[in-house]
Structure formats: structure tokens, C-alpha cells
Write a protein that binds this ligand. Structure first.
Ligand code: BES
Ligand code: ZN
Length: 456
């Protein structure tokens, strides 16, 4: 039986594969919200049962947070690890969804058929592309392509608090020749791609407190400094007029683009006007002396992800609040040190507080940027397999998002990560109406079959 037989089997099995994915998507495994703890557990159980049904020795492994799913199969050939995450982001604002985020639907749109629902693209649909490829392989060939370890996480979207201890405790079990990660996208929604650099992420939440209680803004407005004004002033000062971030030491460890990468990226001819135009924008807003691709792939950022305080309900209330809050994240590149930046940022805030004002901080994860060494033969083999499936030469690209495990594979296990995914820019990951194109799902499964064939 040949690879073509496996591909034909994938084509024939697509309706059933879709049904299995819809089943998994119905489980609201929101990792950041404790209210969904049992649902995260259920998603792990679902995956264990599915893998076991395939004949894989899989189990749910407890952690202080959400469980990991680990499975092993095959006993000869190269040893591959496959990583994906079964947890999803919160769904709010719920009123902007056209359907229940956990009642997934198949929809025909002007751009083709899509699977709509939270986690369809990030990352349940993507992780199932690999599982389905292996299912078809086993059904057709009666055997496994090589040794494969599954490692599925349930905390990726909430900073992976249990990941490093788990990897250290189970290092021997998780060490393989390469780690395949399916959690990224195509380049410009059409070109297959292997991601060679990911940004790191530092999350900070802060509460600025001024007066001991909420005040009437007629009585105290003018004499009492408003904590929202203090906080927004600090936030406004984090960037200068050219788009640079002003936190002292922030750019320590930020490398310049190598000539090789600069040439590669120029060859990609990124169409930033379409990229921005698709979301109603036209002006690249990063450091003004940088190219659009540098802004999203190789330069660090600072973003406010949430800000609140005072009265935000319906109607109007003349309050001068006691407290103001914000959630701020920094995307990091190169050798930027998340903990040093955390300290420097906190000092900036403390130094900017007026007398009588206090600030409290809590950290939400701190991961360094990571990159993959693509010199091994496996990368060229995977690139060829992807190019064959999509009939477009596969590209090496950057990714502005963060997948903390990629760096941990290198640092803890000494394993090179290979990041291959099939998401599209308009998948609305982390947003209302998230979707995964049927094309991504179908060709994603076929791509893994080709990659398994090439690597084994
Ligand atoms: N799948 C994404 C990473 C990603 C983002 C890939 C954009 C391609 C394009 C991943 O699940 C994710 O969202 N990661 C978080 C990490 C964080 C919560 C620690 C991120 O980047 O915000
Ligand atoms: Zn993801």
C-alpha cells in the first residue's frame, strides 16, 4: 500500500473526521477559567479514548493544573513527538458570535466551507489533522510509520503553568528526534510554511489605588487625582512618538535581522496592505523605521489587552474611582529576558506614581522567544512534502504569536521543534466566530501523511 492509498483514504474519511472534530469542539475546555475545569478534564478524556481506539498506548497524566495527554506508538524508525493543545480561549464577547461557540457548525461561505466554533483553528482542528493522518495510515498500512509520542497540553492558552515541571519530571519519556508542533498558520493564508521563530510573552496585571474609596466626582473632582488618569498616563508613556518602547533596558538582547533572513523575507513579498486592510486598517503602527514583517515577527511589542475602572455599566455615573486596572503584555524576541523586563516595567510604574498612590502587580507568564534550527534533513524533507501537497513551494517564516513549549523542547529536552500548521489569517483565533477552513483541515491531514511518509 502506497502513500497515494493513504491520501485516498483521508479523502474518503473526511466526513467522519469532521464529525470527530465537531465532537471535540463541543467540549468547552477554557483553561484560564476555573469554572471550566471539569470540561478541560473531559477534553483530555476524549483524546485519550480516541487515541486508545486507534491502538495507541495513551493516558491522562495529572498536573497541579489541567492534565496532559501522553501516548506512545510504534517501535522502529525515527522517533517523532507530536504536540498540540486541547484548551481554548474564553469566548467573550459572546454577543458577537453568530452561533453558540461550543455548538460548532459547518458553514458554506463565499470563501469556501468552514468549521465554525471556539478551538476549531486554535488548536483542536489543527491537532486532529495529525491524529487523522495517523488514523488513515494505520487503516491502510496496518502499521505505524515510525515511533511516535503524543504530547497534548491543556494549559497553553493560560501560560502553561504546569508544563516545565512536567517536562522536567518526564524528560526521558518525552525525548525524541524531533518535536512536531501543529499550532501555527499558512503564510498569507495560502503558502504552506514552517515557522522558524516565535516571539516570547510577558504578561503583567496591575491595579493602581488612590483614594481609599470611590468618590463623588463633583465633590472631589479637581482636588483628588483620578487613578484612571494616573494609569492611562503611565500607559501612554510606554511608547515614544516613533513607536519605540521606553521601558529602560527593554531592547537589551534584541538582535538585528541577519542578512540571510532579511533576504528570505524580502522574497516573501508580504502584502501588508491586504493584511491590515482585512481588519479595517491601513497604517503599520510599529517602530517607524521597521518593515511590516519585522513589526509582526522580529520586533518586540507592548500592548494593553484590557483596561478598566470606574463605572462601565449602562447609563452614566459621576464617580471618581478608588482603583484602576490594566492587563499589559510584551511580545519578546531574541535574547530579551522576560524577568528583567518585568522588574524594569514595575519600576517604571512605581516611579510614575504620585504621592499617596499604590500599585499592586501580578504576573501572567513569562516566556522567552525561540527559534528553530532548520539545518537538519528532516526540515528539507518536510518542506518538500508540504510543497507537494499545496503545489506551492513551502516557506520558512516567522510568527508573532507565542508557543512557550517550542523553547522548552530545546532547553529541557534538547529536541528541535518543527512548527507546521494550516491556520489562515482570517480564522479569528481568540476572537468571536473562530473558524477553520475545511481546506485547512483536509489538506492539513494530507500534509501530515506526506510528512510522515517523508520522515519515516
Ligand atoms: N496558536 C497560538 C499561537 C499563534 C498565534 C500562532 C498567532 C499563529 C498565529 C497559541 O495558541 C497562542 O495563542 N498562544 C498564546 C500564548 C499565551 C497565552 C502564553 C499567545 O500567543 O498569545
Ligand atoms: Zn494555539
Amino acid at each position: 500500500m502506497s502513500l497515494d492509498d493513504v491520501l485516498a483514504r483521508i479523502d474518503a474519511d473526511l466526513p467522519d473526521a469532521t464529525d470527530r472534530l465537531l465532537d471535540l469542539l463541543r467540549i468547552p475546555s477554557i483553561s484560564t477559567d476555573p469554572a471550566f475545569k471539569t470540561d478541560c478534564d473531559r477534553a483530555a478524556d476524549w483524546l485519550v479514548a480516541d487515541l486508545q481506539g486507534l491502538g495507541i498506548d495513551a493516558s491522562k497524566r495529572p498536573t497541579p493544573g489541567h492534565p496532559m495527554v501522553v501516548g506512545h506508538v510504534g517501535d522502529s524508525g525515527p522517533h517523532l513527538l507530536f504536540y498540540g493543545h486541547y484548551d481554548v480561549q474564553p469566548v467573550d464577547p459572546l454577543d458577537l458570535w453568530d452561533n453558540d461557540p461550543f455548538d460548532p457548525q459547518i458553514e458554506d461561505t463565499a470563501k469556501g466551507r468552514v468549521i465554525r466554533g471556539r478551538g476549531s483553528s486554535d488548536d483542536k482542528g489543527q491537532l486532529m489533522t495529525f491524529v487523522e493522518a495517523l488514523r488513515a495510515w494505520k487503516a491502510v498500512k496496518g502499521d505505524w510509520p515510525c515511533r511516535i509520542t503524543f504530547f497534548l497540553e491543556g494549559e497553553e492558552e493560560s501560560g502553561s503553568p504546569s508544563l516545565v515541571p512536567f517536562m522536567k519530571e518526564n524528560a526521558e519519556e518525552l525525548k525524541t528526534d524531533i518535536a512536531l508542533i501543529c499550532d501555527t498558520g499558512l503564510f498569507e493564508s495560502k503558502t504552506p510554511a514552517i515557522v522558524t521563530m516565535l516571539r516570547g510573552l510577558l504578561g503583567e496585571e496591575l491595579t493602581v489605588t488612590g483614594p481609599t474609596m470611590d468618590l463623588h466626582s463633583g465633590m472631589y473632582g479637581g482636588i483628588a487625582m483620578n487613578p484612571i488618569r494616573v494609569l492611562s498616563g503611565i500607559i501612554a508613556s510606554l511608547h515614544d512618538d516613533t513607536g519605540r518602547i521606553t521601558v529602560p533596558g527593554f531592547y537589551d538582547g534584541v538582535p538585528e535581522l541577519s542578512d540571510e533572513l532579511e533576504a528570505q523575507w524580502q522574497g516573501l513579498a508580504f502584502d501588508h496592505e491586504t493584511f491590515l486592510g482585512d481588519v479595517g486598517l491601513s497604517q503599520p503602527a510599529g517602530e517607524q523605521d521597521r518593515t511590516p514583517l519585522e513589526m509582526i515577527w522580529s520586533r518586540p511589542t507592548c500592548d494593553v489587552n484590557g483596561i478598566w475602572g470606574g463605572y462601565t455599566g449602562d447609563g452614566f455615573k459621576t464617580v471618581l474611582p478608588s482603583k484602576a486596572h490594566a492587563k499589559i503584555s510584551f511580545r519578546l524576541v531574541g535574547d530579551q529576558d522576560p524577568l528583567a523586563i518585568r522588574e524594569s516595567f514595575r519600576q517604571v510604574v512605581r516611579d510614575a506614581l504620585p504621592a499617596d498612590y499604590e500599585v499592586e502587580f501580578s504576573g501572567h507568564g513569562a516566556s522567552q522567544a525561540s527559534g528553530a534550527d532548520t539545518s537538519g534533513d528532516m526540515f528539507e524533507a518536510a518542506r518538500k512534502a508540504l510543497s507537494d501537497e499545496w503545489q506551492i513551494p513551502a516557506a520558512y517564516i516567522g510568527c508573532g504569536g507565542s508557543i512557550p513549549i517550542a523553547g522548552h523542547f530545546q532547553q529541557i529536552l534538547g529536541t528541535e521543534p518543527m512548527l507546521v500548521g494550516f491556520g489562515k489569517d482570517d480564522d479569528a483565533i481568540h476572537s468571536p466566530n473562530e473558524k477553520y477552513d475545511m481546506e485547512s483541515f483536509h489538506k492539513g491531514i494530507r500534509s501530515w501523511a506526506r510528512i510522515l511518509d517523508a520522515l519515516s
